[in-house]
Design a protein around this ligand. Sequence first.
Ligand code: ADP
Length: 657
Amino acid sequence: MGAMSASDTKNQIRRVLFIWGVLTLLYFFITWVLMQFATHTTQERIFAALSTTVTYSIIAVSLGQNVMRQIDATNRALQASIARQRETEAKLRQELAERQRTEETLRRINAELDALNVTTLGLINRLNPEELLKEIVGKAAALMNTPHGFLYVVEPEQQELVLRVGIGRYAQHIGHRLQRGQGMPGTVWKTGEPMVLDDYSQWSKRQPGFEWARAQVCLPLRSDLEIVGVIGLVYLEPERRFGKEEVELLGRLGQLASLARENARLYDETRTELKERQRAEQRLKETLKEIERAQTKAHAILDAATDSMMLLAPDQTILSVNRSFCEHFFGNDPREVVGHQLADYQAELQRVFDQPRAFQDLIDHTIADPAQSLVQIIVQRAPSHRELQLFSTPVRTRSDEHLGRLYVFHDVTKEREVDRMKSEIVSMVSHELRTPLTSIKGYVDLLQAGEVGDLAEEQRKFLDIVKTSTDRLVELINELLDLSRIEAGRVELKCKALDLAPVIHQVANTMHPQIRAKQQQLTLDLPPDLPPVWGDPDRVIQILTNFVSNAHKYTPAGGSITLTARGAGDQVRVDVTDTGIGLSKEDQAQLFSKFFRAENRATQGVMGTGLGLAITRSLIEMHGGAVWVESEPDKGSTFSFSLPLAPGAIEQETPIP
Ligand code: ADP
């Protein structure tokens, strides 16, 4: 507009100057015509007027030119100003567009943040995970301006994808299933990579029933490294596309969806665990009540018993004692004793038992043994003299866990007194029987030797029977005498430092013919550095012979017997193991008592008195050792005994010839 008016002004000025020029020329012409007819004075005046006019004309022209120049300058300035203005205007327009773009981005970021925020809050507040997944898909769809979206989750058992959340056109397909590699979600599950299609309806692997979909984006949902689902959005309008930004945004929301699924899984797991724990707690409470009831009952029964009882843990912690135990041994309340170590009552044990060391040894030997039962006589000296039959057996829980050992102290003072009296009588009668038996045996020998004439075949047969029976009677009487002498305390040991290896070899040699006759195998396992024991050689031979003879008798033909000796602390332990008929638990509990013979078919055919083990045990105990057995019917037995080491570095005696 400004430029237009400037050129107009210039044109007008030009027009004025032109008219001015024409008028001046006309004026000059009129003046020239007048000059022809005018007087000199008039001419002079005309001339003066003319010169004035010329002067004015020149002034007017120069003024006009000046004005024109000024107008040009103004015009140029004006144009420059317009150009600047245009530039500013363009800049402003650019800034405006940029601001609009920024505003749009901000609006979008805001919506995105809002979606992330809502989802995160949902996660924190443990919104129903299914609802949260639905919310995530809804938000993602809203951000991308589409109403159609879905979320498939992996079902590990079936190895399938199942449509768990569907909005828009996908709502009607909830529950739809896809195999690995099938359709777009199945492909994403297989490859683990995001996937974008500009037109799903043209895709070769499109799924029937979903051909209405155009642009589609799918992303894997991961938990740790594993794919747990696939999230996707869809446009139905052919012209719309998913760009890089959309994929990134969906990726962010997808991460939240993964978290939501992971949360849901952890939540379910924790809930199941909690329920399981509550159930276990309840069960525990019930069990505890049951235990309490059982304990009360057990205590009542135990306290009513006259025998003294003690239950010891393998580390010798006292687990339980009854009233009788405390009354007879410690003189205090059972509740004070429980939980203490047996060693805490050393002073009491020293005071109460006749041989406290042997008692402690017996406990030390047996406590960790989860199998063997044991019966042994111990003597109490205070507060009154009593002879006690100590029965010990391992105790197991219902779940077969080794709890410890029960020690039962049964007062056998009176029985033992009667026994001793019986022994005296037996000893006397045996002694009286032995003299006539010896003469019968002598005469039978004479008859068999043919000293009084030849014998008929039948006579010889009868004499053989008389001899066998007499031998059995002599053996029985000898054993009876032996036992009664031991029980009456009339046997004295002649102990010395004794090297066991030669003694064992001697016993093995003596037994060898019988063992070979039964096709049995005898193996000796003796270390070269076996320390000497403190023992009576004759009695140690008797002990070993009894064990090896029993192993031979109660092991079928072709079986094997192993004799092992080892140093164990301040003792030497000897094991006689056989592969024989074995013994039941009940029989084991009665072993070592007089005249006991196990009632099985295998024993019935074997000659025996049932006195051997009773004598053997007494002899071992007299040495300060212990004896025990481990056995299983039809598998075999191990009879073990221990003897104390010879004190100090005693010169080894030459073994008995
Ligand atoms: P005897 O052998 O004279 O019968 P013992 O006192 O030596 O008497 O043994 C008592 C019982 O113990 C035997 O009758 C037998 O039933 C059982 N017994 C002893 N040793 C064994 C063994 N090694 N294997 C199986 N049972 C045995």
